[in-house]
Design a protein around this ligand. Sequence first.
Ligand code: MIC
Ligand code: SF4
Length: 644
Amino acid sequence: MGLSLAEKILKAHMTDGEFIKGTEIGIRIDQTLTQDATGTMAYLEFEAMGLPRVRTERSVAYIDHNTLQSGFENADDHLFIGSAAKKFGVYYSRPGNGICHQVHLERFGIPGKTLLGSDSHTPTGGGIGMIAIGAGGLDVAVAMGGGAYYITYPKIVNVKLSGKLRGYVSAKDVILEVLRRLTVKGGVGKIIEYTGDGVKTLSVPERATITNMGAELGATTSVFPSDEITLDFLKKENRAEVWTEQKADEDAVYDETIEINLSELVPLAACPHSPDNIKSADEIGKIKINQVCIGSCTNSSLLDMMKVAHILKGKTVHPDVQLSIAPGSKQVLEMLAKNGLLAHMIDAGARILESACGPCIGMGQSPNTGGVSLRTFNRNFLGRSGTKDGQIYLVSPETAALSAINGYFSNPCELGEMPEFKLPDKFDINDNMITLPAEESADVEIIRGPNIKPYPKTAPLAETISAKVSLKVDDNITTDHIMPAGAKILPLRSNIPEISKHCFVVCDEKFPERAKSLGESIIVGGVNYGQGSSREHAALAPLYLGVKAVVVKSFARIHRANLINAGILPLEFADEADYGKISEGDELSLPGIAEAIKAGRNEFNLVNKTANEQYTVLCELSDRNREIMLAGGLLDYTRDKLAK
Ligand code: MIC
Ligand code: SF4
């Protein structure tokens, strides 16, 4: 029986487990990446493990999220990460060099390799045939130390593409169509593999847009084959030597198949406030808009910028609209400057931002009260833009650019025939903003600003957990609810005591205070709890606030792993109806929980002392995860292991 491409790469990297679907496997990680909002914790964790140097083929630290620097905190974090990178053998991409996923694709990604990144959009690397997975910082720290990364051997979904995109229909519309069909939880426990004749009609930047936003499906990752188009891209990057062909076996068997005819797609948008709330441009109609933001790791390639410049050329941004554009990397921005396309953007009235995440993570450009903002980004969760009632639509660069001129939501197909946008034969390559690690670690001192605080205190799992429900939340809670980002809160990423004061405030402003005063507590939630970002802060802040267990209908993959890593028990209701029987303030108990986990049980009794009821809750744990839970989290587990 033939294997899919994803399985071939996984198999070639397997270190633990058996190749059986649904069971846990360990994979060797060739490359890692961190960004600055998750990187400080990741390098503190790596440091706490006591290893002198990373053991990967390539590890890169990027500065791209926290670049607003409205106080000393971010600049201190940059110094910390830069010095830690230098010491531990990590390449350092300086602020200004671009968004981690864009730069990694350009300068470091290698077909057929594995990449683990402390950012949920790491699957961008799937655009050149990598198995690229997003994870919490602690998992990345362990991988930097040469440790395996553990996943449940996923189901493989074949998205079979046929036809060719028409005119101004974009790669973004492909992934929005997949989201329309699968929803934000449809990819959990799955890898999305793209096959079929339509693949060869898509360039690498287009493929990367699709694998990038596959994160919004909750998928483990997404992958395209590596073919002659990939080779051409790597040649332009002067890296042809790293290319290998990567493809599925002819007789590969998939768990599911979805067929998409690219020729039939139309411009789509994800409407407020979820990436799977998909409507066509025509269904949305010509609604008035206030803001347009173009950029982010989803849509900031040279190809995207060329299309945008073409649409803006000789026009003026509508008087009622603010347009901002952030090219994804220094390479892209520099080429736009040299080929003159940047001038069309500036001339049209676009506000050019630095090559960084910027508005995508609420670092500036928050829209006006109730404002309608069209963004080429990947997430439109409530409040993420920094304006609580901002109405965010996720669209293609083509839709965004035309709408910015018209002042209303516009269908770019109105523009008629699209010219052929050809990427140049060679990209401008200048790695002068990437600092190499030191030859001798001992010579480097780590620079630590006053905002950088150590990892929170952990303790081995208690024999019995008895605690009140500090919060009850609904379905589809995102990590942006649990641990909001934005310009005010992101500077606190390396200070868990401070950042925990903002935990869950989107849902309930009193939560941090209440949890703290309870001492220990339990959170109750609905389906797909913890979707979105890889930020382990969404587990570390609850850990600091004394949360011992989270009981929900279902979890998103990365967040569940982050809870286990933090030593917080992730429990699921055996009967979803029990969710309705628990109220905030109820006193819950998990008697003999440590003993039961030690004994290998996956099913436990949750006693509701207030309602005088009992529920069955589930927690599937591998043997390794049991040990991690009992030890009080992955850091303690790893330290114990290294000590032995
Ligand atoms: C995001 O897009 O939500 C982020 C900010 O890039 C996060 C990482 C973080 O919270 O630092 C992600 O996607 O993992
Ligand atoms: Fe940065 Fe936005 Fe991409 Fe996250 S999704 S890495 S914040 S650009």
